[in-house]
Write a protein that binds this ligand. Structure first.
Ligand code: CA
Length: 389
């Protein structure tokens, strides 16, 4: 059979029917099958006739292509710098003891480079089968926990960087928080839906062991499939049901409406758009950058994003030798660089969340606890979501 006559798909079965559907898919010629119990489904390469047969099966809720998700931020040339730590009042929060201490943020991304500003902040992950300890849960297919693309390290710095290489000048919003690196992408910054599903499944399974309070997803795909049965949507909803605050980048496909990517289109997650804070803590001079995606969501019409947070001209950690580093060679104080994107905005909220999450009382709906912590945006509601972080 030629490769053009088969397709890599993700299948979601009705609750309780996954084993049956997997057996049937194997009979229909499924190869490289990966079970995805979190979504009652699996990923597999199937002959086109097999896909068609499954589509007609009443036990199957959804079949979607195993698309690629891309990270939602990159480097920018040196210029004005964001004042994001002050803009989101994280300096005041840290001064009152809300620095993210005791909270773990799971960062599904491109890995994290072992840089000084993150020393002692990255959680050790133990493989239960081999007993080996490493600096990430690695789903990327690339050896090692480092960051060949240069995205995950930047976000880790926004969330929990100590500022060690700059005398504290360039630190993140929650320097007391811990980063759990769940590596889903390598040097090209792209990951398949099935890989991301496996990674979310892992984070939910190990939530208690590692104290995961927040899941940062600064990646997305431009799929316009409804959120109703889509496996990626169901996965983030399951994570939310398990008590994890899921923070997702809105995407960088603005300024037109209906440009929110998946899974930022899901009602259960906190979807974050970008704002340019223009280097000042006050919000009166802020602007919404062109790139930041706007709602409502294309297919279901949900009001998104939920919030905006600084995401333009952000200064954070370089991953030396990475793709972004090579494409944007300008550095700041050696260890840092500038970047823009809703990825950075999501990381700002993920970092700010540990601070508020450690302040009682906790809202029983974790996403609402985050969304109600913001400052209202007033009449610009439709573009900014509920407001500024
Ligand atoms: Ca400002």
């Amino acid at each position: 059979m030629s490769s053009s006559a088969s397709a890599r798909v993700v299948v979601r079965a009705r609750a309780g029917a996954a084993a049956f559907v997997i057996r049937r898919a194997r009979q229909d010629g499924a190869r490289n099958l990966v079970a995805l119990p979190l979504v009652d489904g699996f990923a597999a390469t199937l002959p086109v006739a097999g896909v068609k047969a499954l589509r007609a099966d009443a036990n199957v809720l959804a079949i979607v292509p195993d698309r690629t998700l891309s990270v939602q931020g990159g480097g920018t040339r040196a210029g004005d710098t964001s004042d994001y730590v002050e803009a989101v009042r994280a300096d005041a929060a840290a001064a009152s003891g809300l620095d993210g201490h005791g909270v773990t943020v799971a960062l599904l991304d491109t890995g994290v480079a072992p840089v000084d500003d993150l020393a002692g902040r990255v959680v050790d992950v133990t493989d239960d089968v081999t007993g080996q300890v490493s600096a990430c849960a690695n789903f990327s297919g690339e050896a090692g926990c480092g960051d060949g693309y240069g995205h995950g390290t930047f976000l880790a710095g926004v969330i929990a960087g100590s500022g060690a290489a700059s005398g504290g000048k360039w630190r993140g919003v929650a320097p007391g928080a811990r980063i759990l690196s769940v590596k889903v992408a390598g040097r090209n910054g792209a990951a398949d839906v099935s890989t991301v599903l496996s990674a979310i499944q892992w984070a939910v399974s190990f939530r208690d062991r590692y104290g995961i309070r927040v899941l940062n997803l600064s990646l997305g795909t431009d799929s316009t499939a409804s959120t109703r049965h889509d496996p990626l949507n169901y996965a983030v909803e399951r994570a939310w049901q398990s008590g994890i605050v899921v923070v997702v980048a809105a995407s960088n496909r603005g300024p037109n409406p209906q440009t929110i990517s998946k899974p930022g289109d899901d009602p259960s997650v906190v979807t974050v758009g970008a704002v340019d804070d223009r280097g000042t803590a006050k919000v009166a001079d802020d602007r919404l950058p062109t790139f930041s995606s706007r709602g409502p969501t294309a297919t279901d019409g949900w009001a998104k994003p939920d919030l905006v947070a600084p995401g333009a001209h952000i200064v954070s950690l370089r991953a030396p030798g990475s793709t972004i580093d090579a494409n944007f060679p300008a550095t700041i104080d050696g260890a840092y660089r500038q970047g823009s994107g809703t990825s950075m905005s999501a990381a700002v909220v993920s970092g700010a969340t540990p601070g508020s999450a450690s302040a009682p009382p906790r809202d029983p709906r974790p996403d609402q606890a985050v969304i109600t912590s913001h400052r209202p945006a007033g009449r610009r509601h439709r573009r900014h979501g509920s407001g500024y972080w």
